[in-house]
Design a protein around this ligand. Structure first.
Ligand SMILES: [Zn+2]
Ligand SMILES: [Zn+2]
Length: 421
């Protein structure tokens, strides 16, 4: 056990090494890539060795065996080559040796991979393959952007708490089937009890672009008020505080969300999509778009996007939602359209400024996935709501938020102002 622990700590030290030891030419980039690629191969090989348990049926059915084998062989070779480069460049051989070992192990396990597992479908599975492809795809897209156009130059790829956020990624991917089952429950029940066939057929017949735009608008409207309720209602805030506990913003930070919040959020935002009968194509396009967009607005990307930021939510807008300072409390709830916040009086975009830091004031949320999972259920410990700091209600609020403001002064400890964002 101690050897495993020692190696684990050594790996962490290497991944979180100071900037000088991570520079281009130090063997860090090739070593890290080789380990990541090796792990991806190993995970995929395992997933397809136990297809009924570890691989998602949807993915299994769509990837041809030939393409899978070719992709894996190319990945093995790349992991080997990158490990060799790291060994040549880096004084410490740890990353290179680990990369080679993992790639070797996965090529041995996957050596006889054939198509015989294809019919082996089972009703329940854990989406290990989904997690790996998810992280590879999102990482490939956002790591280069964050490296080339960072907002916070000093923030490393493996910043503090990265393991926690990666674990959130793992949980939501592995439980993809359970999550969709829970989230679709209310919508299916309502669908069975409503008879709006004419309306639904009419909506499904609209051009796809119109349908996607309508979904984006309707889900953002629902999401806006639900999100605001999560900030305003103390019981809900305890769940949402987990999302706000992230002290760094990047492509991984958005994944940090309490399991219960994920279920409520998806279960509610999916209602307009299902009840109004939008076509499956439009729904899938939207799901892909919202996934990319919510990753983008959390990312460590310093683009100003002047002009565009008037119509669409951009990173600076959502970074203000996560800001630790008082001016960032209860602002910028929208995910797609910032003008919803203008309309409802919660818009906050100080000219050319970004927040000084991220998180919840006084950091009441504990570290670690398990502790964060239990946090909302723990005994009230003087935890404050997001609204414990007086919130000035703007004149153009249309009065709609009155319904959600009954808890303004519930904080048992007025000094312990919680940030929410
Ligand atoms: Zn967020
Ligand atoms: Zn929030």
């Amino acid at each position: 056990m101690t050897i495993i622990h020692q190696q684990h700590m050594r790996l962490r030290r290497e991944l979180e090494a100071p900037p000088a030891l991570r520079a281009f030419g130090s063997g860090w980039i090739s070593g890290t890539l080789s380990v990541a690629l090796g792990l991806a191969c190993l995970g995929l090989v395992f997933a397809y060795r136990f297809p009924g348990l570890l691989a998602s049926n949807e993915l299994l059915g769509t990837i041809p065996v030939g393409a899978l084998r070719l992709g894996l062989v190319l990945a093995f070779i790349s992991a080997f080559m990158l490990a060799v480069i790291s060994l040549l460049l880096r004084k410490d051989a740890f990353l290179g040796t680990l990369g080679i070992s993992i790639a070797l192990a996965s090529s041995i396990i996957g050596g006889t991979l054939d198509g015989s597992w294809l019919p082996n479908y089972t009703p329940i599975y854990f989406g290990l393959d989904f997690f790996i492809l998810n992280v590879i795809f999102t990482g490939l897209l956002f790591i280069p952007l964050e490296t080339l156009f960072p907002k916070h130059h000093e923030q490393p790829l493996f910043r503090s708490e990265w393991r926690e956020d990666m674990f959130y990624y793992l949980v939501s991917s592995m439980l993809v089937q359970v999550l969709s089952w829970i989230s679709l429950g209310p919508a299916k029940a309502m669908l069975a009890n409503t008879n709006w066939d004419e309306l639904r057929n009419g909506i499904a017949a609209l051009p796809i672009t119109v349908q996607v735009l309508a979904i984006v608008f309707l889900t953002d409207l629902v999401q806006y008020w639900l999100h605001r309720a999560f900030h305003r209602i103390p019981f809900l805030w305890r769940f949402h505080a987990v999302h706000h506990s992230a002290k760094s913003m990047d492509w991984m930070a958005g994944a940090r969300m309490h399991f219960v919040e994920v279920c409520i959020l998806r279960g509610t935002t999916v209602l307009p999509m299902i009840l109004l009968g939008f076509s499956t194509t439009a729904v899938y396009i939207y799901i892909f778009m919202v996934y990319l967009w919510s990753t983008f607005i959390h990312a460590n990307i310093g683009w100003r996007l002047r002009g565009i930021d008037q119509f669409l939510v951009v990173p600076r807008f959502h970074h203000w939602h996560h800001g630790i300072e008082e001016e960032a409390i209860d602002v910028n709830f929208a995910i797609h359209f910032p003008w919803l916040d203008r309309l409802f009086g919660t818009y906050h975009m100080p000219e050319a400024r970004w927040p000084e830091g991220y998180g919840v004031a006084n950091h009441p949320v504990p570290n670690g996935y398990a502790a964060q999972f239990m946090y909302p259920f723990s005994k009230s410990d003087g935890v404050v709501t997001s609204n414990s700091t007086p919130f000035v209600q703007p004149a153009n609020d249309l009065g709609l938020n009155n319904a959600l403001q009954g808890n303004r002064d519930v904080s048992p400890m007025p000094n312990e102002s919680a940030k929410d964002s």
